[in-house]
Design a protein. Structure first.
Length: 202
């Protein structure tokens, strides 16, 4: 059982993450300072540094927490689907719903990609975080293809997962600039269409 000190530190960390997520969404990574985050959270700058070594680490922690939630949601939805097509669509719809319901979230990813191109260490951490999400999709591909009677090896599953990840991000980016002209169901339609041809490959 965690000590009172550990519980307090965990609460402080979550509060800082919540506050940082709001400020990063409002002003972006570059314009937001740790002092602003500390003040908005009602904490000291020392409390921020006791949990995060730098602003970049805090920014990554915000993104990683969000991706961890996505992993949990995708895993739950995939397990609840009636068939492979329904499972795939549930994950695709969940992503597009997230993009629509939290419009400030995806722009943070765009900023992270831009920042990653400039900072090698940040890029390494960011890629590692993205790969955790891709790995979840890979596991779903392996399980789903086996159920469809067209099992794929790990390398093929990884490639398919990467394509799905990139497709979802690409549609989210297009929707960010075009809005309703990019249908929310398009991602799910694309995955369902891909799944429909799997039996023909056996």
């Amino acid at each position: 059982m965690a000590s009172l000190r550990e519980q307090h530190q965990a609460r402080t960390r979550e509060m800082l993450l919540d506050t940082a997520a709001e400020l990063f969404a409002q002003s972006g990574l570059r314009a937001t300072t740790l002092s602003q985050i500390a003040e908005a959270a009602g904490a000291s700058t020392g409390a921020v540094y006791s949990n995060f070594e730098s602003k970049e680490e805090l920014f990554l922690a915000v993104l990683e927490r969000h991706m961890q939630r996505q992993v949990r949601d995708y895993t739950h939805n995939f397990g609840a689907g009636e068939d492979l097509a329904a499972r795939a669509r549930s994950g695709a719809d969940a992503w597009m719903n997230l993009v629509a319901s939290e419009p400030a979230y995806f722009p943070l990813f765009i900023e992270a990609w831009r920042y990653a191109l400039e900072r090698p260490e940040f890029r390494r951490r960011f890629v590692a975080s993205c790969r955790k999400l891709i790995s979840t999709v890979k596991s779903m591909v392996i399980e789903g293809s086996a159920q469809a009677g067209v099992p794929v090896d790990a390398d093929t599953a990884n490639g398919i997962a990467l394509v799905i990840f990139a497709l979802g991000n690409g549609l989210a980016l297009q929707k960010a600039v075009e809005g309703a002209s990019v249908p929310d169901e398009l991602f799910g339609d694309a995955l369902s269409a891909g799944i429909s041809i799997l039996p023909q490959l056996s």
